[in-house]
Ligand binder design. Structure first.
Ligand code: SER
Length: 315
């Protein structure tokens, strides 16, 4: 039972981590959830440990110090940043994953959450309603590292009975934390710029459709898959997960329903080919069937929620 054991969140200051720690602490109590990241937090986030996931000994020390049984390992370079530094991205994304997988293999921890991504798909993957199992030919460093990580999940589960659980996150859109270095970041930036400046220059072209999800839904999916009974988790590589899909033009249009003067223009950059290699929409039937996944937010609901919550924050 997760509530009786201590949990470590690695990468707790990132987009997923900050919201996940908040939700886990609400559920299980502050003391049960140890947050960690490579840098010190700027606000009180205790209990907190500065931790480099690439340092296997340091990870083990923190795990043993707090009697951790569950680890969420969220430390990674995202797609756009990884393309700027491929060798480091590969090292961070893989070495960190092994350090945590090996703690479970050695019986020191019980359960791992590790996020995968829609980036595991590639140019010859079926683009619409991309199924769980299909051609996967990622052509980004980030995608390659996530696909390799998925295969190691499956391997550690089959060979060593490691209880590792994973989701292929679509682009995360939320108001609580800013994204860092992804190709889907535009879908968060656009709200900040819409409220602040009344216009936005999109780095993706107007008809680039990508799978997205409200971050609160993604966090709920994460907690739900981790709370599901072990034998309900049939997919041990990583589950497809869907929320909604939209293009920059469709998102801008939905924002204009609330802010009629908002305008958008398009200046695609190096992130355009990354987006072009990813699916437009995702079939998450396995997640729905195995552990009852159901998203709560569609595009209209998301836009209203984002504007309502950011209105006071963005000036
Ligand atoms: N949001 C991520 C990115 O754009 C995809 O997992 O890199």
């Amino acid at each position: 039972m997760i509530s009786e054991t201590k949990t470590l969140v690695i990468g707790a200051l990132g987009q997923v981590g900050s919201e996940l720690v908040e939700q886990l602490r609400l559920k299980h109590g502050n003391d049960q959830i140890i947050a960690s990241d490579i840098r010190e937090p700027e606000h009180d986030f205790a209990p907190f440990e500065v931790l480099n996931v690439m340092d296997a000994e340091a990870v083990k020390t923190v795990v043993e110090k707090h009697n951790i049984k569950v680890v969420y390992n969220l430390a990674a370079l995202l797609s756009a940043t990884a393309e700027q530094n491929p060798a480091f991205a590969w090292e961070l994304n893989m070495a960190g994953h092994f350090n945590v997988l090996n703690l479970a293999k050695d019986g020191i921890i019980d359960t791992i959450f590790w996020p995968s991504s829609i980036a595991v798909f590639g140019p010859t993957t079926p683009q619409n309603q991309t199924p769980q199992d299909c051609i996967m030919d990622p052509n980004t460093v980030y995608g390659i590292s996530k696909l390799a990580g998925e295969r190691w999940n499956q391997y550690y589960f089959e060979k060593y009975d490691v209880d590792v659980r994973s989701l292929r996150y679509p682009g995360l859109v939320g108001y609580k934390a800013l994204p860092g270095g992804g190709t889907t970041d535009y879908a968060v930036d656009i709200f900040h710029k819409a409220l602040k400046d009344g216009n936005y220059t999109s780095f993706l072209s107007e008809n680039t459709e990508l799978p997205m999800i409200y971050s609160g839904d993604a966090i709920r999916a994460t907690i739900e898959i981790m709370e599901a009974p072990k034998d309900a988790i049939k997919v041990r590589s990583s589950y497809n997960l869907a929320g909604m899909s939209f293009t920059p033009a469709q998102l801008a249009n939905a924002i204009q329903q609330h802010l009629p003067d908002f305008s958008i223009n398009y200046e695609p950059d190096f992130r355009q080919p990354i987006a072009d290699s990813w699916p437009s929409s995702i079939d998450d039937a396995y997640a729905r069937k195995d552990w009852n996944w159901k998203p709560a937010y569609d595009t209209e609901g998301l836009v209203k929620l984002m504007l309502d919550n950011l209105r006071e924050l963005v000036v």
